[in-house]
Write a protein that binds this ligand. Sequence first.
Ligand code: DGL
Length: 272
Amino acid sequence: MSSPIGIFDSGYGGLTVLRTIRQLMPQYDYLYLGDNARTPYGTRSFDVVYEFTLQAVRRLFQEGCPLVILGCNTASAKALRTIQQNDLPQIDPSLRVLGVIRPTAECIGQISQTRHVGVFATPGTIRSHTYDLEIAKLHPDIKVTGIACPMWVPLVENNEAHGPGADYFVEQRINEMFTADSLIDSVILGCTHYPLLLDKINHYIPAGVKVISQGEYVAHSLQDYLNRHEDMRSRLSLGGTLRLFTTEQAEQFNGNASIFLDHCVEATRITL
Ligand code: DGL
């Protein structure tokens, strides 16, 4: 049996993280799980996101993953800490779950010159204040302005990222951010769907402002983690394979996944 790296997301967004991780470390086996039947998580309560995320993590463990990445900001914001502190010690203390917010918070210290940073994310991630807290721990001199973008995920999920509706909602949120703080020089895309809106975001963002997609930073942080943890690295199987699970119909997933990946996939439908 293989021991893949598990990557979880509420839907398709985590595929942007999977893609960059696989580009950097193609040697490992990967198992992606998208909870497409219950997406979006961004507007759900803390308790529900935690419950759904724990179900998915348990399933990935059962499938042989010794390490699971929550490739979803909302799940990382609302469920990661509780799973790490309360659930893992009971399930199996040798297993690991990592998120996407900490690696992004780490990188921002070297990027922002003005020390004014913006975060675009789902309403759930913004309400949790996880970005503010994580950045404050690492870089207390940075001022963070978070803007919730409830329409951005539906635009991507409905394949409208390049249409006029996307222009309207992207420009609206960018204006809101820079009205709140005109000194922002770096903006974090704190949702795994948002890199799909990058063309529109780059069009409306003020000149000179750096837009940070997480994939690259999460991938390098994972590589660094595995370099430092030989015990975990040696448990991962090296077949270079990718399997995908979805809680929705597989045909629908396969079609939409091609928006996020540059190749065809064949997913398997599962229930959690
Ligand atoms: N993938 C989620 C995130 O990164 C957004 C999608 C959702 O709301 O479920 O926050």
